[in-house]
Unconditional design. Structure first.
Length: 107
C-alpha cells in the first residue's frame, strides 16, 4: 500500500503499470500523483483519462534528454566505433549473436 502523498514514476516500460488502476487511485486520492514517460500504448489518444488529471505529468519518452546524457551518448558511440576499428569488442554490443557471421573479427 502506498502513502497518499506518494508519487509513482514510470520511465521503464508502459505495461508495468495498470493505467485503469492508476487512474482510479489518482482520482480517488489514494496516491498523490504520477509521472509517466511511457504508457501502455506508445501514442495514447488525446482524450486518455489520465491526461485530464492535474496530478499527472506525462513526458514524450525523452525524459532522459539532457546535455549530460547527449554528451555521454556521443562519447560512448565514439568509443564503440574506435573499439571496432581497432578490432576490439565494444563494451555495449547489443546483438553479439551476429558476430560469427560478421566480416569484422573482434577480440
Amino acid at each position: 500500500m502506498m502513502k497518499t502523498s506518494a508519487f509513482i514514476i514510470n520511465c521503464a516500460r508502459g505495461p508495468i503499470i495498470d493505467e485503469d488502476s492508476l487512474y482510479a487511485a489518482l482520482r480517488d486520492g489514494q496516491i498523490g500523483g504520477a509521472g509517466l514517460d511511457v504508457m501502455e500504448v506508445a501514442a495514447p489518444p488525446a482524450d486518455h483519462p489520465l491526461f485530464a488529471l492535474n496530478n499527472v505529468l506525462v513526458t514524450p519518452h525523452v525524459a532522459f534528454l539532457s546535455q549530460q546524457s547527449v554528451l555521454e551518448l556521443e562519447v560512448r558511440t565514439a568509443q564503440a566505433t574506435a573499439d571496432v576499428l581497432q578490432g576490439k569488442m565494444p563494451e555495449f554490443l547489443v546483438n553479439p549473436a551476429v558476430l560469427p557471421h560478421s566480416r569484422v573479427k573482434l577480440a
